[in-house]
Ligand binder design. Structure first.
Ligand code: B12
Length: 213
């Protein structure tokens, strides 16, 4: 295996944001296929970040740095991936629900999903049900992800799912939810398709929901 894949993976793991664009460019200059650069170099790095975060061997600031390194590399790789007709895993529309301003965890989920090969459309925080609906119609995502950090706003997830159902869009998208006060039982009760307890779990869930694992 090319040594450059190992270097890409390590640079992501160590959060070397500045080094990534150069490394990706070097891999491209060596004639390596963009899809292999992603799958054999970058994604394994991000997978290891996820595993370490789950074990408690890496913490939020380090994960954010790694995700930023991934983004820096994707900045160079993305145009080459689309040129070579590589299909990403699918689109995810992501947002923190109405009334809730917490977005750190949601951002982490978005960054890791992007790192795993999804296209993420991040609506931001305090997102009205209608804005989710507009985004579903506009972007046709495979998955909608909702975040809530307050016991008072987790109910807005239920309202949002109802609104999606009433708009006749529920068959078009899978819905995943997460955030500290949310659990699997609540997710099931409000009609979500799945619950992720943290960002790596969100990535795994999103992959399952699009049938990629
Ligand atoms: C930072 C913070 C804030 C910041 C938010 C800044 C920002 N840009 O996000 C500010 C200062 C704005 C804030 C405001 C408030 N906060 Co606050 N805040 C926090 C704090 C300290 C950390 C949250 C955080 O970022 N955690 C780190 C991230 C990485 O974890 P996470 O969000 O849980 O996300 C992970 C998982 O949950 C999951 N996940 C999250 N979303 C999703 C989505 C999907 C789809 C999936 C699969 C997974 C997933 O993956 C993430 C990564 O692993 C928590 C306490 C705590 N320790 O959690 C209180 C906390 C959430 N806040 C609280 C409160 C009460 C408030 C305020 C009401 C305070 C006030 N009186 O004004 C306001 C509410 C404002 C509003 N309307 O939202 C309470 C909530 C209590 C409750 N049970 O409802 C908490 C628990 C503090 C406490 N112990 O009282 N807060």
């Amino acid at each position: 295996m090319s040594r450059i894949y190992e270097r890409l993976s390590t640079a992501i793991l160590e959060g070397k944001i500045d080094r990534m664009p150069n490394l990706v460019q070097r891999a491209l200059d060596q004639g390596l296929p963009p899809k292999d650069i992603l799958d054999k170099g970058m994604v394994p790095g991000m997978d290891e970040v996820g595993a370490r975060f789950r074990r408690g061997d890496m913490f939020v600031p380090e994960v954010i740095r790694s995700a930023d390194a991934m983004q820096a590399g994707l900045g160079v790789l993305r145009p080459r991936l689309s040129e070579s007709g590589v299909e990403l895993l699918g689109k995810i529309v992501l947002g923190t629900v109405k009334g809730d301003l917490h977005d750190i965890g949601k951002n982490l989920v978005g960054m890791m999903c992007e790192g795993a090969g999804f296209e993420v459309i991040d609506l931001g925080f305090n997102i009205e049900p209608d804005a989710f609906i507009v985004a579903i119609k506009e972007h046709q995502p495979a998955v909608v992800g909702m975040s809530a950090l307050l016991t008072t706003t987790m109910r807005a997830m239920g309202y949002t799912i109802n609104a999606i159902r009433e708009a006749g869009l529920q068959d078009q998208v899978k819905i995943m939810v997460g955030g500290a006060p949310v659990d699997a039982e609540f997710a099931e009760r409000i009609g979500a398709d799945g619950y992720g307890s943290n960002a790596p779990a969100g990535v795994e869930l999103a992959k399952q929901l699009v049938g990629a694992v």
